[in-house]
Design a protein. Structure first.
Length: 406
């Protein structure tokens, strides 16, 4: 008999006849059988019960709980007294993260294949897939083996960039007071020919973690500024619109960041004032001296500076006068509350007032309804973006929108 030597584990004892897990119940852990034996029973649609197998020491039971949130698919009963090792999702993730790299890789391959099988089952409408949430599995995979997932995604991204699977989308930013278009935010899209749409909130953090974000940002900057020129030409504007591009702290740490940005501006024939750099409060607090030097260089060059997700970072407002800031983007989490929540409304109103007093423009993010837009307009908020006006779109569609909102 083999002995398992795992530290800090939770062991559970069951007597012969006990139900260990019940079909239909929510699964939150798996077990490895250390000793004893269990039987697996499936209840069919008519309520009939069927014995489908048995398992002994060394086997894993309830393993689906580790990769998806679906209910238990079978009832498992102890047929002998059993000692089980409990494995929660968190515990599973920790074990993978601290495993030997080869073991990690093997688990990653198995889980990825498993997920692909489930996805295929879903496509052909196999009943096994109906309860499974592919997106949840995707997230669990990222959580469960973050190191491997980072490596894989980062590797795939470079490939995707070379093969034209990375796209620049643009979301119009509106002048709320006049209803005309003021500019765009450039947003990255990864559309894989096989896997489909890969969400930015999944891959952008991976790019940041791996440092690949610098390459991605430079690509985005060039693409979006070239596009701005074409959009203006085709929609009848002349250096009137701006392009807001997201940058991370990695970008800011690069030597010669401002020079690189300035070179791109020169080659794309737009005015420096037409570029807005979007950064978060976190970046300012994390590396204040470096940030201030870089932002001052940008300001001298005429480039606009926007603070993204304003209100979600640090509460200190001292940076508003310590750094050269042109624009505050009020986070969507506040905007979505202004209709129902009086305090959120007051808060947003105060930020608009603050902006007016300091000569900083305000952009409200994530406007989804006419009511929100009207409310922000009456508060004196200058600009807004959100699904109410327009979703992020490829260049060809954005040109039509710009023509209509000249
Ligand atoms: P973000 O910078 O806060 O971008 C705004 C996000 O809100 C975008 O999500 C946009 O599609 C979404 N959005 C806009 N209006 C609405 C609305 O009315 N309702 C709702 N529910 N959502 C709205 P997206 O494109 O998925 O991007 C997510 C995040 O990924 C971005 O958040 C940004 O942090 C990051 N990201 C995207 N593209 C880039 C990029 O090129 N560079 C960098 N560094 N980050 C990027
Ligand atoms: Ca942004
Ligand atoms: Ca934002």
């Amino acid at each position: 008999m083999s002995t398992l030597t795992i530290q800090n584990d939770t062991k559970k004892l069951f007597s012969a006849g006990d139900v260990i897990m019940r079909q239909g119940d929510e699964g939150d852990c798996a077990y490895i059988i250390l000793s004893g034996r269990v039987e697996i029973i499936v209840t069919n649609e008519n309520g009939g019960q069927q014995h489908v197998g048995s398992r002994g020491a060394g086997a894993m039971i309830g393993e689906m709980a580790l990769i998806d949130n679906a209910p238990r698919t079978a009832t498992i009963k102890a047929t002998q007294d059993c000692q089980l090792l409990e494995i929660s999702k968190e515990n599973f993730g920790q074990r993978i993260d601290s495993a030997d790299p080869v073991i990690k890789m093997a688990i990653q391959v198995i889980l990825t294949r498993y997920r692909d099988i489930l996805k295929r089952a879903e496509i052909i409408g196999h009943p096994a897939a109906s309860e499974l949430d592919a997106e949840a599995i995707e997230l669990d995979l990222a959580r469960g083996s973050s190191a491997m997932e980072t490596l894989r995604l980062a590797n795939d991204f470079e490939h995707a960039l070379e093969n034209g699977h990375i796209y620049a989308y643009y979301q119009p930013i509106m002048d709320i007071q006049s209803g005309k278009i003021a500019g765009f935010e450039a947003l990255m899209r990864w559309i894989d020919p096989d896997k489909g749409f890969i969400r930015p909130d999944l891959f952008i953090p991976v790019l940041e973690e791996s440092g690949l974000i610098v390459k991605a940002s430079q690509w985005m900057l060039k693409e979006s500024l070239k596009a701005l020129k074409r959009i203006e030409n085709k929609a009848g504007f002349e250096n009137d619109l701006f392009m807001s591009v997201n940058f991370s702290s990695h970008d800011f740490s690069e030597a010669g960041f401002t020079q690189t940005v300035y070179d791109t501006i020169s080659t794309t024939d737009i005015k420096p004032q037409q570029l807005h750099i979007e950064i978060t409060e976190r970046l300012l607090i994390g590396q204040p001296d470096k940030a201030n030097a870089t932002l001052s260089e940008c300001r001298q060059a005429g480039i606009g500076i926007s603070i993204d997700d304003f209100g979600t970072g640090y509460s200190s407002l001292s940076y508003l006068h310590a750094f050269p800031i042109d624009c505050l983007k009020i986070d969507r989490s506040f905007v979505m509350m202004i209709e129902k929540d009086e305090r959120a409304r007051q808060l947003v109103h105060s930020i608009v007032g603050l902006g007016q007093n300091l000569g900083i423009k305000i952009i409200a993010e994530g406007i989804e309804t006419e009511e929100e837009s009207e409310m922000l307009k009456s508060m004196g908020c200058e600009m807004g973006q959100g699904y109410y006006f327009c979703k992020p779109m490829p260049e060809t569609e954005v040109i039509l929108f710009a023509k209509e909102h000249h």
